[in-house]
Design a protein around this ligand. Structure first.
Ligand SMILES: [Zn+2]
Length: 236
């Protein structure tokens, strides 16, 4: 299901049976001294792979291209800030390519979710859906599906994101790097509850994500396939 590892025959089979693509959108961004710089992307990629195992489809290689990161707002280092225009265009051209290849539904899973970044991704989706009537595109932050049942997520390197990372890649998290003997504050560039992170909490968030997202995505895909006129081939 990793697009870059699939052979043409395998992709053709997916396009015939389950034309669904996951596009994981992340960043390189400071997530505290305890977390890897690629947290947003590593986390969302694992979430997409687990979701894809239930729904079918393919997962594109994750894109590291964040706008509105910790760099312009507070000069946190090891962070790459890309422009709004680039993010918009890069999302848009991914959608055009996926559609042209025959995907009927595309899910953009955002691991990085500054408000302006999300707005930019959604603006690109709108530009695409204004042009193409039949494909379905769902752009969502990775914490949204759990939010449908009031499970809160979506912090910044705090309890939730750190826990997810501890669940997926415990080898990449070191809680002993967090400030000792004092509270965490905004100058640390992470949410204040980071010390409460556990792999168990991460496992719960990961499970609720798939439980909530899978049925909704399957329903949207079915709708897209049912409504697809026989005479309209992709690339219209
Ligand atoms: Zn993050």
């Amino acid at each position: 299901m990793k697009y870059e590892e699939m052979k043409p025959r395998e992709i053709n089979h997916v396009l015939r049976t389950c034309p669904l693509a996951y596009l994981v959108w992340g960043s390189h961004e400071w997530h505290g001294p305890q977390n890897p710089i690629g947290l947003d992307t590593l986390k969302a990629h694992r979430m997409a792979l687990e979701l894809c195992a239930v729904t079918g489809g393919v997962v594109l290689p994750p894109v590291y291209c964040g706008y509105q990161t910790m760099k312009p707002c507070a000069r946190f280092r090891h962070t790459f800030e890309f422009s709004k225009e680039l993010v918009n265009q890069y999302v848009y051209e991914h959608l055009e390519n996926l559609y042209d290849e025959g995907f009927k539904m595309i899910v953009i899973l955002m691991g990085h979710y500054g408000a302006k970044h999300v707005e930019t991704v959604k603006a690109a989706v709108e530009r695409f859906t204004e042009k193409h009537r039949y494909p379905r595109v769902l752009a969502m932050a990775d914490y949204e599906p759990a939010g449908w049942v009031n499970v809160r997520g979506g912090d910044h390197g705090g309890k939730n994101e750190t826990s997810l990372m501890m669940h997926y890649r415990p080898d990449l998290v070191d809680l002993s790097r967090l400030p000792q003997g004092r509270l965490i504050h905004s100058r640390d560039g992470i949410s204040e509850d980071a010390k409460e992170a556990t792999a168990e909490h991460g496992a719960m968030l990961a499970r609720v994500f798939v439980e909530q997202a899978a049925p909704r995505i399957k329903a949207l895909l079915k709708e897209a396939m049912d409504n697809w006129p026989a005479e309209v081939s992709n690339g219209d």
